[in-house]
Design a protein around this ligand. Structure first.
Ligand code: TRP
Length: 449
């Protein structure tokens, strides 16, 4: 086996990649988008776009990653035969690396808030009122401290490497996440008001499904949720042993990701209606459902407050859920620049992890200190513009730059009878023609439409 590290089992990879995919994007972003975009209509479009656009790109990343057995900067260059495309591959990979680091920079700020709110539930049980107020106030010191704590958790796992860090911790944390989410859904379902939420969530208003805003939001959500474009899945792909069936692995990860998003909706949307039943405001002045940070940090805490003694425990469980989801994702983001640093500069994993994490933490601090100017900007630059563009470029590399026969033989590894599969018949041309076009179309709509 190479010194690069490998996932030790099929299930280990699925846990790690699903851990990357399942994150704040599922538990916060998805329900928020549902609340913003007409309930079930969004769910419907999101599922379709995930299979139509996100899964094929996930497969491009996994396949090129496994073939090249390297980070995305070197990997894209490796599959290019001409000097020009090699050069382009290098730049695309570098852009991806920067975007991955910037996503981690804002993601760990948000994850820090989850830690703070979870701790607040403990401190309010202990009656430490001033501490509680500090924890939930939007202070610079609080933001920096909790971001740092979260960054240290991420470093602690990534230092361990592929099988002893990423795989081990994902395999431990993902089942805990599932148990917490199912318990919370069950509990919230018993409360008055929940059934109204189930209705809004499960019965789509089909009239809204073709709304361009909804399409763009759903594509962004699908890309972000499957961790696409920035080399995360590329690198996880590079750690998959050659005897594994890639299309099946990719499909499992996609299904788990969608599944957890839907579960999160079953939790958060009914919880909002329980909150309303308990007297908490869930609609804005203009009649829209409250979403975004108001939903997570105002509506839900207000709901927990109305639950009496049980409220603190529910709050702890909820924010633990958020923290776990964030952690298994943040490790996958940190692995992108860490893997690059190890392979490029030939330094130890230990050293690379601390240096890279330190740099990203500095970026987080810059964002925190200029929050109003930078936070939204970084989120938009990375998730709204860069991820779809990088996804499109990945399709071009997989479909046009890479030699078709090598791509096909890589896919056939670990899947001897692939030639009979639908995947083999559709995907290679699909990723070449249809995907780039679809992304370009939605992208054009979102930027210029
Ligand atoms: N998919 C994760 C979520 O839903 C976030 C994430 C992890 C991510 N790695 C990524 C997003 C890489 C974009 C790119 O929260």
């Amino acid at each position: 086996m190479s010194a690069r590290g490998e996932f030790s089992s099929r299930i280990g990879f699925i846990m790690a990649a699903a851990g990357s995919a399942v994150g704040l994007g599922n538990i916060w972003g998805f329900p928020t988008n549902v609340a913003d975009n007409g309930g079930g209509a969004f769910v419907f479009v999101y599922i379709i776009l995930t299979f139509l656009l996100a899964y094929p790109i996930l497969m491009a990343e996994l396949t090129i990653g496994r073939y090249s057995r390297s980070n995305m900067v070197d990997g894209l260059a490796k599959i290019s035969s001409g000097a020009k495309s090699r050069h382009a591959g290098h730049w695309v990979g570098t852009w991806a690396l920067i975007v991955a680091s910037l996503i981690l920079a804002f993601y760990s700020i948000v994850a820090g808030w989850m830690l703070a709110y979870g701790l607040e539930a403990v401190s309010s049980m202990l009656g430490l009122e001033r501490f509680s107020t500090w924890l939930t106030g939007f202070g610079t010191t609080r933001n920096i401290i909790f971001c740092a704590v979260f960054a240290c958790l991420t470093v602690g796992i990534i230092r361990g490497g592929v099988s002893d860090g990423i795989e081990k911790w994902s395999t431990r944390l993902m089942p805990i996440l599932l148990v917490i989410i199912v318990l919370l859904i069950g509990y919230v379902a018993t409360l008055d008001g929940a059934s109204e939420g189930w209705r809004v969530y499960l019965f789509p208003d089909f009239a809204r499904t073709l709304n361009p805003d909804l399409l763009i939001a759903a594509m962004g959500q699908a890309f972000f949720s499957l961790s696409l474009g920035v080399g995360t899945m590329f690198i996880y792909g590079s750690y998959i042993p050659s005897d594994q069936n890639l299309p099946a692995l990719g499909a499992s990860v996609t299904v788990v990701d969608i599944g957890v998003a839907i579960l999160a909706g079953l939790l958060v949307i009914p919880a909002m209606y329980v909150a309303q039943h308990n007297g908490v405001q869930i609609y804005s002045e203009s009649g829209e459902l409250l979403a975004g940070d108001t939903l997570i940090f105002t509506v839900l805490p207000a709901l927990f407050e109305t639950m009496g003694a049980a409220g603190n425990f529910v709050a702890i469980a909820f924010f633990a859920l958020m923290t776990i989801a964030a952690l298994t994702s943040s490790i996958s983001m940190l692995e992108v620049p860490v893997c690059y640093a190890i392979e490029r500069y030939d330094i130890s994993r230990h050293g690379a992890t601390w240096i890279v994490a330190g740099m990203i933490f500095l970026a987080s601090c810059v964002i925190i200190l200029n929050f109003d100017a930078l936070f939204g900007f970084v989120v938009d630059f990375t998730t709204r513009y860069s991820e779809p563009m990088l996804g499109l470029l990945l399709c071009i590399f997989a479909g046009w730059v890479w030699r078709r026969d090598i791509l096909l033989s890589e896919l056939a590894q670990g899947h001897p009878d692939i030639e009979q599969s639908l995947f083999w018949k559709i995907w290679p041309s699909y990723v070449r023609f249809v995907c780039p076009l679809l992304i370009a179309l939605v992208f054009y709509q979102s930027v210029f439409g």
